[in-house]
Design a protein around this ligand. Structure first.
Ligand SMILES: NC(=O)C1=CN([C@@H]2O[C@H](COP(=O)(O)OP(=O)(O)OC[C@H]3O[C@@H](n4cnc5c(N)ncnc54)[C@H](O)[C@@H]3O)[C@@H](O)[C@H]2O)C=CC1
Ligand SMILES: O=C([O-])CC(=O)C(=O)O
Length: 261
């Protein structure tokens, strides 16, 4: 597992009691974090701060570390033949990253699995694409203070908002680049459907919201779809919905189960 923040820690807590799978190695950001995480996970798990220090070739890697980890860890792992699952999917919107990942995966004959993360309905959009999609819209609404540390903080007085306020309107590529910790789902939806440049995104800071609310609207040859998830945030990081961690657990279990769902 790469990254041991809110998502990593939640995944680890569930998987550590699982009879079928084991998280055996964790890559953290730096040496200081290494000691801290080692103390949390115990001596049966190897914790390193660089992939070159991993004592064993991993069988399957889960990235839950943030956009920078794709270059530092995921590209070399794929190129060396290790299958990787990603949650920092917004990173694919920048610097030709989508092409770089595909090239590394081809080189290593490995696969990249993009997690559905905090949203559902990716299966429907991805299937509907083959009939033809006309329009896909994504709206992400989070509590006002969840936008602290993003460009919205410079544009709005987030702590003083008295009503739901649109902080961004544009396409999924711009959203993912401007809001790397809040628009991964916009990028996921876009990659599944109409693409990063043609998926319309609205982001809202809502002082009354206590959850992360994701709405998908799509129409095409398949018909229409409207879906909303009212996601509970992880206590360790309110920007992140708990479902993101559960989507990783699903991916891990699907690696070992005879029936994949
Ligand atoms: N696809 C989706 O639906 C979602 C995706 N995300 C993505 O997941 C990422 C992680 O989310 P959280 O766990 O909530 O964040 P977090 O901030 O709680 O944890 C991230 C951890 O990764 C570590 N890290 C950063 N760079 C690293 C590197 N190169 N190698 C190893 N560790 C590294 C950080 O030190 C931190 O401990 C977010 O940055 C975001 O990009 C988050 C929410 C939803
Ligand atoms: O966890 C969520 O609600 C979604 C999120 O942050 C993202 O799309 O990056």
């Amino acid at each position: 597992m790469i990254g041991f923040g809110a998502i990593g820690c939640t995944v680890f807590k569930v998987i550590k009691n699982d009879a079928e799978v084991r998280i055996s190695q964790i890559v953290v950001h730096n040496e200081e974090m290494r000691a801290e995480v080692q103390a949390k996970v115990g001596d049966n798990v190897v914790v390193v701060s660089r992939i070159s220090d991993l004592p064993q070739r991993p069988e399957f890697v889960l990235e839950c570390a943030g956009h920078a980890a794709l270059t530092a860890c995921v590209l070399p792992l794929l190129a060396s033949g290790v299958d990787c699952a990603l949650v920092s999917i917004g990173a694919l919107a920048s610097d030709g990253m989508q092409e770089k990942l595909e090239a590394a995966a081809r080189q290593g004959k490995a696969t990249i699995t993009l997690m559905s993360g905090a949203i559902g309905g990716i299966d429907a959009i991805s299937a509907a694409k083959f009939g033809g999609l006309d329009e896909v819209l994504y709206t992400g609404r989070k509590p006002a203070l969840s936008w602290i540390g993003t460009p919205a903080e410079e544009l709005f007085k987030l702590a003083e908002l008295s009503e739901a306020t649109v902080i961004f309107r544009g396409n999924a590529r711009e959203a993912a680049q401007l809001y790397p910790k809040n628009a991964n789902v916009a990028a996921t939806l876009a990659i599944a459907g109409l693409g990063l440049d043609h998926t319309k995104v609205t982001l809202i800071a809502d002082p009354a919201a206590t959850q992360n609310i994701h709405t998908i609207e799509a129409r095409g040859v398949f018909g229409q779809m409207k879906m909303e998830i009212q996601g509970n945030p992880l206590p360790e990081n309110p920007k992140t919905s708990a479902l993101t961690a559960y989507s990783i657990i699903r991916a891990i279990k699907n690696r070992v189960r005879p029936v994949v769902i």
